[in-house]
Design a protein around this ligand. Structure first.
Ligand SMILES: Cc1cc2nc3c(=O)[nH]c(=O)nc-3n(C[C@H](O)[C@H](O)[C@H](O)COP(=O)(O)OP(=O)(O)OC[C@H]3O[C@@H](n4cnc5c(N)ncnc54)[C@H](O)[C@@H]3O)c2cc1C
Length: 379
């Protein structure tokens, strides 16, 4: 296994310029303080700005420095579960509505940050006969509800193609949204960890934001910041690696296989990124640590070599924290008076996280949202 200088650096930063925002210091007063500047927090901030609110956003690290800028870059419609499983869990109408909302969100992400997005679909590749049968169930359920899906049979095996899905550079999107939010009047601060929340204020090590509403848009580590959510969300580590450009393979669309545990895609410049193996080291990966480990990285590298067929050297290895929800849907709750939290996207928050960001902004400020009937965890 190569150990490289770019250890724990994602593949996404290579070709985009960095952004930087000042540390929060002193006292300030605003309408809403958003904690966490990943994809969900930034979506929330844009909605708050649209609603005419004054916003301060703080992040313990950097914009997109959490999972939102360190993920696989898949834009998948639906929930974290396959469509037929979602239908079984929450019913057909609601499953279909959520699927449609996530499709519309992918359209929105594409139109907001077109340079970062490719609408190249996605492929679910069956890894066993049992999974092929499961693909058939998914195909029937989706077709019955008029959702776009095609059976796939090709050199890699059998599975399903979802033509409306896509992929993106998640870090590029975060940086673009952050810069745009500042232009629209938001005040954003990096290296500003929230250490206490509640009673109309957010305290960081160097200052205090007084505000009417606090919105916590932290996915990984959520239950550490808000212990009230322990039992409803649980932090896990996900790991990936990225290679040099690999002309020996041509992967036209993002692929996930083995029930979604393993996933890979080829970037426009030919590099390949691969993630997975969490289930092989499940006890180790229920952790708040965000460093890559040799066993999981070796396992991912075997997928890279044996399944994906890439021979190029590995250039990046990285990990990040997400949280898994105990239910089929993520969490949105007013955890303390005036303190709202979202998270628990169960490893697939690029699309649904943006929707939850918008929904929590609307609910915190106006008391309701058109997204609630479909997305409210207990609706
Ligand atoms: C390796 C990997 C691959 C993945 N692949 C995909 C994929 O292909 N498709 C997909 O849809 N999803 C994927 N995911 C999941 C997806 O990345 C997350 O669900 C999503 O990014 C969550 O976004 P977020 O904005 O809610 O949280 P985050 O991106 O984690 O952002 C939260 C931010 O909060 C900050 N923060 C934490 N604590 C504090 C504090 N106390 N004070 C201030 N700030 C704080 C962090 O620094 C961080 O920047 C993947 C995740 C990983 C790790």
């Amino acid at each position: 296994m190569d150990i490289l200088p770019s250890f724990n650096t994602p593949a996404w930063g290579d070709d985009i310029s960095p952004a930087s925002f000042p540390k929060f210091e002193g006292d300030a007063e605003t309408d809403v303080c958003v904690v966490g500047l990943g994809g969900s927090g930034l979506s929330c901030i844009h909605e708050l700005l649209r609603l005419g609110k004054r916003v301060i956003g703080v992040d313990a690290g950097t914009v997109g420095g959490g999972a939102a800028g360190r993920n696989g870059g898949f834009l998948l419609a639906g929930t974290a579960e396959f469509y037929h499983d979602t239908v079984a869990a929450i019913g057909r109408e609601r499953a279909r509505r959520i699927y449609q909302l996530t499709l519309a969100e992918i359209d929105r992400i594409s139109s907001e940050t077109p340079d970062a997005v490719r609408r190249n679909g996605s492929l679910r590749l069956a890894d066993s006969e049992e999974e092929e049968r499961d693909c058939q169930l998914q195909l029937s359920a989706m077709r019955a509800d008029g959702l776009s899906v095609q059976p796939y049979e090709g050199p890699d095996g059998r599975g399903l193609i979802f033509p409306a899905d896509g992929s993106f550079n998640p870090l590029a999107r975060c940086r673009t949204l952050a810069q745009r939010a500042v232009q629209l009047g938001a005040m954003l601060h990096e290296q500003s960890r929230a250490v206490s929340l509640g009673n109309g204020e957010v305290r960081t090590s160097d200052g205090c934001v007084r505000c009417k509403h606090v919105i916590v848009a932290v996915d990984g580590h959520l239950e550490l910041l808000l212990p009230e959510l322990a039992g409803r969300v649980r932090t896990a580590r996900l790991q990936m690696l990225g290679t040099e450009p690999a002309p020996e393979v041509e992967i036209p669309r993002p692929v996930y296989s083995r029930w979604g545990y393993d996933y890979w895609q080829q970037l426009p410049d030919g590099r390949v990124v691969v993630g997975g193996c969490r289930d092989r080291f499940i006890d180790d990966e229920w952790t708040t640590d965000t460093n890559p480990t040799t066993p999981a990285q070796s396992c991912i590298e075997r997928i890279l070599r044996d399944t994906v067929g890439v021979t190029q050297p590995v250039r990046h290895r990285w990990a990040a924290a997400v949280s898994y929800s105990s239910g089929i849907l993520p969490v949105m709750d007013e955890v303390r008076q005036g303190v709202w939290a979202i998270g628990g996207y169960s490893g697939t928050g690029n699309v649904i996280g943006a929707l939850y960001g918008r929904m929590v902004a609307q609910v915190a400020v106006t008391g309701t949202s058109e997204l609630l009937p479909a997305l409210a965890p207990n609706a």
